[in-house]
Design a protein around this ligand. Structure first.
Ligand SMILES: [Zn+2]
Length: 423
């Protein structure tokens, strides 16, 4: 552990520490954040135990307060001179939103991210090849966490597979960090990676690294351990990170961020107990520049609270998908990543590449849901395979699909995040 006294602190003790920070943060919001001063008028919750009585924050609400004079939004709580960094979110829905950080915000982000990545087992003195660009997006802040851990960092950036493979071959790193889609693509393209120096593949940026069949395929392809990490642009980078037990992600950003679970439909708070599933809601505890309260992440997670043999305390999560990707097929919620996971169970007959192709732009879909499944390079005995996949999807996910098999190499590979859903 990077900070054993923090990471192994008992969870009830952590909540006491967090409650103190939360009270200060809440007073700060009322005083400094025009957005929350207005939003919290009439609410009198004071401590963390009452946080669920406070309103949720939606990304669109923040975006609606952006003006020419204030391109960040009404949640901006500091003067221009206090801001040391401004990141952008990728803005899939049009204009980017800006995420300002003070020096202490940035330091807290790096601290949390370093704990999350160190949980994977990488140690000071080891080499890590990164594929994130230190560009406009928050993932760039994760790069500083490698320095914090004491790793020897070899940045190769996004979009240069040759340079990446050469770096692995010649510089013999112990670890690499990339999206799970890209890790899958590389394992397919360079079978020698199984014999390479890489012992750990750290994946982040999209769900998948925690799906058992998909992970097994990655571990086989790389001959390495796969652990995942996860952040939320507006809240922080690599907030969560998985340890060597590979049983869900610990909250590396503990003390900086408070996690809750809500019912995605009603927004009602759900207890953070073992096996609970819902949307992750996050609250800043020590943020200065543009802090957020009860921010809806749109990430659907499952919670684990059993003690982890690594000694880190607190609830762990596994992300099952994004609200934006969820489909409802005759009343049943289906995530494309769950479909991929079921299909991946048919390896080695299938390549693992899957596309879900909804017939309308709506969330609600009439069955059967079209699914394209790519065969592996030397797939044989295709007879009945489509039927078997369709049957397994029905049995596991309770969804009617129409499975189309396509030859190896048909579906586009990604050097960043994969498109599981194609409308
Ligand atoms: Zn652990």
């Amino acid at each position: 552990m990077l900070e054993p006294e923090v990471e192994s602190r008992s969870w009830p003790e952590q909540l006491v520490v967090d409650d103190e920070a939360f009270r200060v943060q809440l007073a700060y919001l009322r005083e400094r954040s025009p957005f929350y001063r207005e939003k919290l008028a009439g609410y009198d919750a004071a401590g963390l135990a009452e946080v669920a009585a406070l309103p949720l924050t939606e990304k669109d609400e923040l975006r609606a307060t952006v003006t020419d004079e204030n391109p960040i939004g009404a949640h901006l709580s500091v003067g221009r001179e206090e801001i040391v960094r401004i990141y952008s979110t990728s803005g899939t829905t049009g204009t980017p939103s800006y995420i300002p950080l003070t020096a202490s915000d940035l330091d807290n982000w790096i601290t949390g991210s370093a704990r999350s990545y160190a949980a994977s087992g990488v140690r000071a003195g080891q080499r890590i090849v990164s594929t994130y660009n230190a560009g406009p997006f928050v993932a760039g802040a994760a790069l500083a966490s490698f320095d914090r851990i004491g790793l020897s960092h070899i940045p190769v950036g996004t979009g240069n597979t040759e340079r990446l493979l050469t770096a692995i071959e010649r510089l013999r790193p112990e670890a690499v960090v990339m999206t799970p889609s890209y890790a899958a693509h590389l394992a397919e393209r360079a079978p020698w990676l199984r014999e390479s120096s890489v012992e750990r593949v750290l994946v982040a940026g999209e769900p998948g690294g925690g799906e058992p069949a998909f992970r097994a395929a990655l571990e086989d392809g790389w001959g390495a351990h796969v652990t995942e990490a996860m952040g939320i642009g507006d809240i922080g980078v690599s907030l969560w990170g998985e340890c060597e037990e590979q049983d869900g992600m610990h909250l590396g950003a503990r003390g900086f961020v408070h996690a809750e679970l809500v019912d995605p439909a009603s927004g009602d708070a759900l207890p953070l107990e073992d096996g609970a599933a819902g949307e992750l809601v996050l609250t800043h505890l020590r943020q200065r520049a543009a802090p957020l309260l009860r921010f809806r992440t749109r990430d659907h997670v499952v919670v684990k609270t059993s003690p982890c043999p690594c000694g880190r305390t607190g609830p762990r999560i596994r992300c099952v998908g994004r609200t934006d990707d969820m489909l409802i097929v005759r009343g049943v919620n289906v995530f494309p990543s769950a479909i991929r996971e079921v299909v991946a169970g048919f390896a080695p007959a299938v390549s693992g590449h899957v596309r879900v192709r909804p017939t309308t732009p709506d969330v609600k879909q009439e069955p059967p849901l079209p699914v394209t499944v790519e065969l592996s390079r030397d797939a044989e005995s295709l007879e009945r395979l489509a039927d078997e996949i369709r049957e397994r999807l029905r049995a596991v996910l309770v969804v009617q699909t129409a499975v189309e098999l396509v030859p190896w190499g048909t579906l586009e590979r990604s050097e960043y995040k994969s498109k599981l859903l194609e409308r």
